[in-house]
Structure formats: C-alpha cells, structure tokens
Design a protein around this ligand. Structure first.
Ligand code: FE
Length: 339
C-alpha cells in the first residue's frame, strides 16, 4: 500500500467511523544480532511508515519454529547467514519465490537462489590467514595446497559441524569432485596443529599465540577483532595477514547472509519492499560495513579495514550449490576424520 493510498484509507475510516485499517507491517525472523540489523529496519520504517517486528534467534531454532508454525507463521521474512542455511529453509518448504526486478538487477545471480526463494544481502569471504613473519605468503596458493606436506601441524580450523566449513568443503566438491575433496580433507586433517575447537576468532587467537601458522576464518571476524574494543584481540588480529587463495583459478570461497520470503508471508509486498531497501546502495554500505562484510552489489564502498586487504577474485559458483552439496560435504568430512 503506498503512503497516499494508506492515508486515504485511514482518513476514510475516520470519516466513516470505521476501525482504522492497520498500516502495513513486516514480521522478520532473524539470526543476525539485533544491533546488526535493527538500525536499518528503523530507517525503513521512518521512510515508508511500514512497521517492522523483529524476532531474533539461532538459525536452527528459527527454522524449527517456521516449520512448526507452518501456514500460521506470522513471519514474512527469514534473515540468516550462510547460503547453506537459506537452502535448508527452502528445502524445508517454508519459503516462496521473492519476485523483484530491482533485486534481480542489483544482486548478481550467483548470490541469489535460482528459483528466487532467497537473496544474499552481505558477502563474506573465507580466506587463508597467516602469521606475519612466520609464513612467507609466496608459499601459499590454494585451499587445495593446504593438504600438502609443507603444512604438517601448522593449520587451525574449527570443527566440521560448523556450516562455514561445510560450505567451504561443498565449494571444493563443486570444483574438484567428491573423491579428490575427500583426499584433500584427509590431508588437511593430518596437517591440523590441534583438534578443531572454538569458533573462527579462536583460530585467529591460536595462530597469534603460536599454536599454528595458518588459520581459516571468515574475514568479518578478523575485521571485528581489528576494530573492536579488546586490546588483546586487536594485538592477536594484527599479527595475522589475509591471503586470498585460488586467485589464479576459481577464486576465494565466499558466502552470504541473506533473506528468504516465507511461504506463510501475509505481508508479501511490504516484505519485498524491505528486502529491496536492504539491497539499496545506502543500506548496503551500512549493512556490510557494520559487520565488516562486503556489499553484494557493485559500486558500494567497503570499510577501511577491508580496503586494506585489497581486492580479490571471488568464486563465481552459484551459492545454491553450497546447499545442494551440503549433505555430501558433511559425510565426507566425517569420513576424513574432521572432528
Ligand atoms: Fe559468523
């Protein structure tokens, strides 16, 4: 409902003594932290008069909730991280195509579900991080090479139950096939400095503390440590550098946080309008920079921290493939002994 029409309806309701028609609203289930999205939702409400009701929670809990609520779900949009999670929502049947020419134009096809059920709204990269002075970046090249004998006992990475690693392995399956990727995973596991534990930040801290020379982590964790308030985190982060792997080939593995339109959406137009707002150049700048991520559309400035890491070639695999290959990736990591 556009603003003029809404004003008319409300005015007509007042004149006729009818109960005023509720203004448009959008209900959002989000696994993003409130501070990483709420300011933009408030801006959207201020611009459009459309209220946004935000429910935040963990990825799995929100998906479970959407499934059990079914057609009665109040949610119009699911906002979550990782194409693997967006794929799971689609596979669970709780999403529907989100039709918008503006989004198809603004967001590259690789960051959108081919059937339109979800769109990426921020991009994150998962490169190789190395300890400055201990690793000559000239000895680094690809994810594949990390399974070689040169890296024995030198690598830190989190566990295989984490979707970021599952998506990384899915990208390797897409590039090299399942058999070669299983051999790679066995080699990587053999090169680990310690059994996987902790999150991405913990891998960076372990590298800084001398437990390993190389860590695999999403860039926004490094950005968060570099710009955060904890001096120990900052010192740890400053001791590592970013290496963009696979630049002579398919490019560095990337993923997105994104939004899916729910199958139960009762405020479809307003929901699409909100996603278009989140994809607008102004929102993209805030949304990506606030969490040290990259915009999904071209021509939007990245933060100074990200600029310092330089440009890189991102893998052009359609991210929906990461979801399709999630199950084989999980099984493969298990067979390879990736804890
Ligand atoms: Fe994360």
């Amino acid at each position: 409902m556009n603003a003029i029409f809404r004003t008319f309806v409300v005015a007509a309701a007042l004149i006729l003594g009818l109960p005023a028609v509720a203004a448009d609203e959008v209900n959002v289930y989000s696994s993003r932290k409130e501070e990483l999205i709420k300011p933009l939702l408030d801006r959207f409400t201020a611009q459009t008069g459309i209220a946004v009701n935000l429910v935040t929670g963990k990825e799995d809990a929100l998906l479970q909730r959407l499934k059990s609520e079914g057609a009665n779900s109040p949610a119009d949009l699911l906002v979550t991280t990782d194409a693997g999670n967006l794929y799971r929502a689609k596979a669970a049947g709780v999403t529907q195509p989100l039709v918008s020419d503006a989004l198809s134009t603004a967001i590259p096809a690789v960051f959108r579900d081919p059937e339109g059920h979800w769109v990426g709204l921020t991009m994150r990269a998962r490169p190789i991080l190395y300890v400055k002075g201990k690793v000559d970046p000239a000895t680094l090249s690809t994810y594949e090479a990390l399974a070689g004998p040169d890296f024995k006992g030198r690598i830190c990475v989190r566990s295989s139950d984490n979707i970021y690693n599952q998506s990384l392995v899915a990208s390797l399956i897409a590039a090299n096939g399942e058999a070669a990727t299983e051999t790679w995973a066995r080699g990587l596991v053999a090169n680990l400095a310690r059994p996987p534990k902790g999150g991405d930040r913990d891998q960076i801290k372990a590298a800084a503390a001398g437990e390993c020379d190389i860590a695999i982590a999403n860039t926004y964790y490094l950005a968060g440590m570099l710009t955060g308030k904890d001096p120990a985190d900052r010192t740890a982060a400053e001791s590592v550098a970013v290496f963009w792997p696979n630049q002579d080939g398919r490019g560095t593995h990337v993923n997105v946080s994104g939004a899916a339109l729910t199958a139960a959406a009762k405020h479809k137009n307003a929901a699409v309008q909100l996603v278009e707002f989140l994809a607008s150049p102004e929102s993209q700048q805030w949304y990506a920079q606030e969490n040290g991520e990259y915009p999904v559309r071209d021509g939007v400035a990245v933060s100074a921290t990200l600029t310092a890491w330089g440009p890189f070639k991102a893998d052009s695999l359609n991210l929906a493939r990461l979801g399709e290959l999630n199950a084989p990736a999980v099984k493969l990591m298990d067979r390879a002994g990736w804890k």
